[in-house]
Write a protein that binds this ligand. Structure first.
Ligand SMILES: Cc1ncc(COP(=O)(O)O)c(C=O)c1O
Length: 432
């Protein structure tokens, strides 16, 4: 049987011309998956002399009942949105984390767009958020016509620096968006105090923050609204997927309407109205029941997943501490008020070059480590609209942060390989 690797090489040598070659390749790829049910990459020998295979940055996985629940959903006769699995997911989140109301969405991007609609921001309104974030955080509010006022990150972690927010507040400010980077809480007491003082709304971008806490309060339950992601790179996955958490009663009914294309269909299905129609703006934000079924299977095993991720995170931290002490890089800092949901393990390098050098070394060993956001205030789309303030911490994280492979099925052997490759890179004889 021709291996997957042979196919990959064929693509490389062909310069990956789309059209007929791609179609043949895709057909071959699917049929080989059907035969073996798994990819079998070829093995080679690494610089450390051990048999190696590619270690990806992320890998989706099954944890239990995903396939069985998808099958049940299909057999139940309903695979469009808001079916039984979707509702079971809502209940799970509301009970476990105390969200007033949870609504699954097709992505965290969708949940942020719903949040932006709910806050009623429009042309001329200002929204404060960190520049070190994913484009969806800001795009959701730009789509409503709002102006983004970017804030800098903390010196000791990439979260928004709460101490720098107040000077950015003007009479036009409506919303503060916080991003709990790597699932580590922002300084929520300071941020909620500002919101109360100036009558602002707080949206938590909790894309990475499932099962994480600020002083024992679940992230996503503190701001007025919160958006989560279940994208395949997150702790709990459903391919694409997300959730809006609504913690303020004022937004509860409207959120459901926006979720259902601007109609009161959910109220109709509960028997609260005798017909449903167009009552507000909205879109198709709810995911298919297949997504809910997959997600619910993951939620059943949330504690198992979290325990395993924390073990991986702790091993990285313990094993890499001596190199951090030697000054090669810094390790993640978790403030006292924050818990660690082990979403991400990152290193902070003294320079861009130092980061690039390790990326190259790991690439050579077939280990995929990746950097993260680029400063949004310098993006081609927003640079002209930014007010010109420099945001040095944000730029620093953009240049020097590196994320190591982190996923539920990362084996002990692979974890050891990654750590050993990093140690080998910094060993005194490395370049001898
Ligand atoms: C902070 C943040 N917000 C929003 C998103 C968008 O999430 P999704 O891919 O579920 O739309 C991401 C993506 O990783 C993210 O990192």
């Amino acid at each position: 049987m021709i291996s997957f690797v042979v196919c990959k090489k064929a693509i490389k040598t062909s310069g990956y011309q789309k059209d007929s070659f791609t179609i043949i390749y895709n057909q071959y790829f699917i049929s080989s998956l059907m035969q073996t049910n798994t990819l079998q990459p070829a093995t080679e020998t690494s610089t450390l002399g051990i048999e190696k295979h590619p270690i990806p940055f992320n890998k989706p996985y099954f944890i239990g009942n995903e396939i069985a629940y998808i099958q049940k959903a299909v057999e139940s006769g309903k695979i469009s949105g808001n079916g039984i699995f979707t509702q079971m997911c809502h209940q799970f989140f509301e009970q476990r984390y105390g969200f007033r109301k949870a609504l699954l969405t097709s992505s965290c991007t969708d949940a942020l767009e719903m949040a932006a609609i709910l806050t009623n921001v429009g042309l001329g309104d200002e929204v404060i958020m960190p520049s070190y974030t994913f484009v969806s955080t800001s795009n959701a509010f730009v789509l409503r016509g709002a102006k983004i006022v970017f804030a800098d990150s903390q010196a000791d972690n990439p979260n928004i620096d709460a101490a720098q927010i107040e000077v950015l507040i003007t009479p036009k400010t409506r919303v503060i968006v916080v991003v709990h980077y790597a699932g580590v809480a922002c300084n929520m007491d300071a941020i909620m105090a500002l919101a109360n003082k100036y009558q602002l709304l707080v949206v938590e971008d909790a894309a990475q923050a499932i099962d994480s806490y600020y002083q024992n309060r679940p992230l996503g339950s503190i701001g007025h609204l919160a958006a989560f992601s279940f994208h395949e790179t997150k702790n709990i996955i459903s391919g694409e997927g997300g959730m809006l958490a609504i913690n303020d009663e004022r937004f509860e009914k409207r959120a459901e309407i926006i979720w259902e294309k601007g109609t009161n269909r959910s109220a109709f299905f509960r028997g609260e109205v005798d017909k449903y129609g167009w009552v507000d703006v909205g879109s198709s934000f709810l995911p298919a029941e297949i997504v809910g079924a997959f997600l619910y299977a993951q939620l059943e095993k949330l504690d198992v997943i979290q325990t395993k991720r924390k073990q991986i995170w702790d091993t990285y931290y313990r094993e890499l501490t001596p190199l951090a002490q030697a000054g090669h890089f810094r390790l993640p800092n978790i403030p006292n008020y924050a818990s660690n949901n082990a979403h991400m393990f990152y290193l902070l390098f003294p320079s861009l070059d130092a980061r690039t050098n390790l990326i190259k070394h790991l690439r050579h060993a077939d280990i995929h480590a990746v950097f993260h956001y680029l400063s949004l205030h310098k993006s081609p789309f927003y640079e002209q609209q930014h007010d010109g303030r420099t945001l040095p911490m944000c730029d620093l994280y953009a240049d020097t942060l590196l994320r190591l492979p982190m996923y539920y099925e990362l084996s002990e052997n692979d974890l050891t390989t990654i750590i050993n490759e990093i140690k080998a890179f910094y060993s005194p004889n490395a370049n001898a």
